[in-house]
Ligand binder design. Structure first.
Ligand SMILES: *Cc1c(COP(=O)(O)O)cnc(C)c1O
Length: 219
């Protein structure tokens, strides 16, 4: 599977130093992750709790697991002991549950608030006005085991690059607006295999890349 190493090294060589690469390993076997780990990669992204629950304990303890999928409240407890960053927080109730499970595990969990920037209606996330409301709520700021690190968003899946750019730009604007509300806010997670170059031009600090590293997925 040496293509994984080749892809990783090519992509990394093209990333500015302030951009973190999350290798999205969903649906891929442990051997694929181990290959990337073997050449020094540590940040991996998964979008299913069940899959992460299996992979997490089976693989190296110093892997930084990013949860990039939609997270149901009743499943937070399964990943709370070890997850590194939860990218998809889109409600106060979910934030409260993560905070509760973080406290139980005697740790602080880093999260990103997910914003719906795509014109497509199928993606999860907060609208800009919901984001502003959440960020201004006292309840969110009272969660002491939760650390808001920034925002995450997905652009529309389209070949229209101007549209993608517009959507990323709106997320960057929102990020700049809320940044001052949280002392640890430094992460803007945007960009996937087909649009990460545009995302970086528009201010991304974290890209989530699966297909371009591990090849296409069957499922
Ligand atoms: C699958 C996934 C990615 C990676 O997508 P690729 O197109 O394979 O790079 C990034 N972000 C999220 C939220 C995903 O679910």
């Amino acid at each position: 599977m040496s293509f994984i190493t080749e892809n990783l090294e090519r992509i990394k060589a093209g990333l500015p130093s302030h951009v973190t690469l999350v290798a999205v390993s969903k649906t891929k076997p442990n051997e694929a992750i181990e290959e990337a780990y073997g050449v020094g990669h540590r940040d991996f992204g998964e979008n299913k709790v069940q899959e992460l629950q299996v992979k997490g304990p089976a693989l190296a303890k110093d892997i930084l697991w990013h949860y990039i999928g939609h997270l149901q409240r009743n499943k937070v407890k399964y990943i709370a002991p070890f997850v590194h960053l939860v990218h998809g927080v889109d409600s106060l109730r979910l934030a409260e549950e993560i905070n509760k499970r973080a406290t139980q595990n005697d740790r602080v969990i880093d999260v990103l608030l997910q914003v719906h920037i795509a014109e497509e209606s199928t993606k999860f996330g907060l609208s800009i006005s919901e984001l502003v409301e959440l960020v201004e709520s006292k309840s969110l700021h009272s969660l002491e085991s939760l650390r808001i690190r920034g925002l995450m968003g997905m652009a529309t899946f389209t070949s229209d690059q101007d549209q993608v750019r517009r959507e990323f730009r709106s997320l960057k604007t929102a990020f700049d607006q809320i940044k001052t509300s949280f002392s640890a806010c430094d992460t803007l997670s945007m960009g996937m295999s087909n649009d990460y170059q545009i995302a970086i031009e528009e201010g991304s600090t974290m890209v989530r890349i699966g297909t371009d590293i591990f090849g296409s997925r069957n499922t």
